[in-house]
Ligand binder design. Structure first.
Ligand code: ADP
Length: 493
């Protein structure tokens, strides 16, 4: 990564961003705009269209028409694949520009954003493009007097509502399999991470994705998002975000056309460290990274460390040393390891969790707000030792660089504490005992259990939650299940 090139890109003035609907850039129907405030320095860097319900309706109509006329869903798989591969290529060619644009808006450190955002989005779109002509239907083993065929058909118009922490990566986890399956889409980015997704939609048009197949409508969740969720013309709704919004989406689906809803709602993921971990230094380093990268704004962040009591003090010391060594600051400096918190509101919430922990007498290490001369929203990584199971910090997702540490005495207690939240997204176990590792994988209620590592998985494995972390899966070939309907034909021979 070239710092000079990044500095040049960060200084580029940004024209107002518009929706991308039916192949065109359009303003909000009432010409409204929202300011785009950069967490890097707290200044307004541009505006984006403040979508109305009318805008969402027109995007959904465009996606409906594009689906029904078959320009995409009935395109030969090989041709659809070619277009998506071209799109992936364009994303890669514009990767640094996309990454810097995204960081200016959401504050993720560029060292991570380049790989995790455009490069990951390109890889995801390519992964699903390559699978298009390898998805077969079935011939059922029926009575020979009949022929039973099982077709897999695109489900229709997909509504996607995505969050601000990794807009391109998480967006692509929805876009890739949906478009590869032949569906069309209306996507609503988060209010504080919209620009790079608008740019992605423009690149889709350049790649030859037909107008109306991929539409992006920017604006507020309770307006644009709500309209998508309530629409009678959206067949599938996919979402990553908070539990409160997920609940609203389920209600809206129930009250409209009972569209299928797939939710990824974050977690309070336990990272369990036994005294027999193969390498405690490595465990501390990876665990610190597992919570503090992107300022803790990661769905699968290992935000609760459960540590065997006899190594509790030692492990907190090691974690503290790693946390203190993390370079927090300007996210567009290539040497920064943890950038800005996404918004002032998010920063206040993080600090409030720490205030509460202090008032309960917990030991809070780090976590101070960092005031930069340039402005912006920054805080140091925080570790809260001796967090108890009833503390809000043990139960609720902070979505910030705040790590709760809780000691345990036995494997049984570790399992109990691990499962003692309403979430079930990710987990980790550090141990040298193979049998214990497998026992823990079985007993922990989570969609993803790491052993002797944290994070860093690839596209080949599914990601999805259990309990109130959601349903359905992003990534892997299983993601197609959300966007393909089974249709059977029963033929008398
Ligand atoms: P967070 O609190 O982390 O921002 P949200 O669930 O509020 O999480 O946001 C995730 C996405 O959901 C964003 O794109 C946001 O605009 C959208 N959203 C928020 N409220 C609603 C709503 N009432 N209906 C539909 N989408 C919503």
């Amino acid at each position: 990564m070239n710092q000079d090139r990044i500095d040049a890109l960060r200084a580029v003035p940004l024209a107002p961003f518009q929706h991308v609907i039916n192949g065109c850039r359009v303003s909000a129907s009432d010409a409204g705009v929202l300011p785009v405030v950069s967490p890097v320095n707290g200044t307004t860097i541009t505006t984006m269209a403040r979508g109305t319900r009318k805008d969402a309706i027109s995007a959904i109509a465009a996606a409906r028409e594009a689906f029904d006329n078959g320009c995409w869903s009935e395109m030969a798989p090989l041709a659809r694949k070619k277009v998506l591969l071209k799109w992936a290529e364009l994303i890669e060619a514009n990767a640094l520009e996309l990454a810097v644009l995204g960081v200016r808006e959401n504050g993720t450190e560029i060292s991570m954003a380049l790989k995790a955002e455009p490069m990951s989005a390109a890889a995801t779109i390519r992964f699903y493009a390559e699978a298009i002509d390898k998805l077969f239907g079935e011939v059922a083993p029926t009575d020979p007097a009949f022929l039973g065929l099982v077709h897999r058909e695109p489900a229709g118009v997909v509504g996607a509502i995505v969050p601000w922490n990794f807009p391109l990566m998480i967006g692509a986890w929805k876009i890739g399999p949906a478009l590869a399956a032949g569906c069309t889409m209306v996507l609503k980015p988060a209010e504080t991470a919209s620009l790079s997704l608008v740019r992605l939609a423009e690149l889709a048009l350049d790649a030859g994705v037909p107008p109306g197949v991929f539409n992006v409508v920017t604006g507020e969740g309770h307006v644009v998002g709500a309209q998508i969720a309530e629409s009678m013309d959206v067949d599938v709704l996919v979402f990553t975000g908070s539990g409160a919004t997920g609940r609203r989406l389920l209600e809206a689906a129930a009250q409209s056309n009972m569209k299928r809803v797939y939710l990824e709602l974050g977690g309070k993921s336990p990272n369990i460290v036994f005294a027999d971990a193969p390498d405690l230094d490595e465990a501390a380093k990876v665990s610190a990274h597992g919570i503090f990268r992107n300022s803790g704004q990661v769905c699968i962040a290992g935000s609760r460390i459960l540590v065997e009591r006899r190594i509790h003090e030692l492990f907190v010391e090691k974690l503290t040393a790693h946390a203190a060594s993390i370079k927090v600051g300007d996210p567009l400096d290539v040497t920064t390891q943890s950038g800005a918190v996404n918004s002032e509101r998010q920063l206040r919430q993080n600090l409030q969790f720490l205030e509460e922990a202090r008032s309960l007498g917990r030991k809070v290490i780090g976590g101070q707000q960092i005031l930069q001369e340039s402005g912006g929203f920054y805080m140091a990584p925080a570790i809260v030792a001796d967090t108890a199971r009833d503390d809000r910090l043990f139960q609720e997702e902070v979505f910030g660089p705040v790590l709760a540490v809780t000691p345990f005495d036995s494997e049984e207690e570790a399992v109990k504490l691990a499962n003692d939240t309403r979430y079930g997204l990710a987990a980790a176990v550090w141990t040298s005992n193979l049998s214990r590792a497998h026992r823990m994988v079985r007993k922990i209620r989570a969609g993803l259990v790491h052993i002797n590592t944290y994070g860093g998985s690839d596209l080949t494995i599914p990601l999805g939650g259990v309990k109130q972390s959601g349903n359905g899966h992003d990534k892997s070939l299983h993601a197609f299940d959300k966007f393909l309907d089974l249709k059977t034909a029963w033929i008398k021979l």
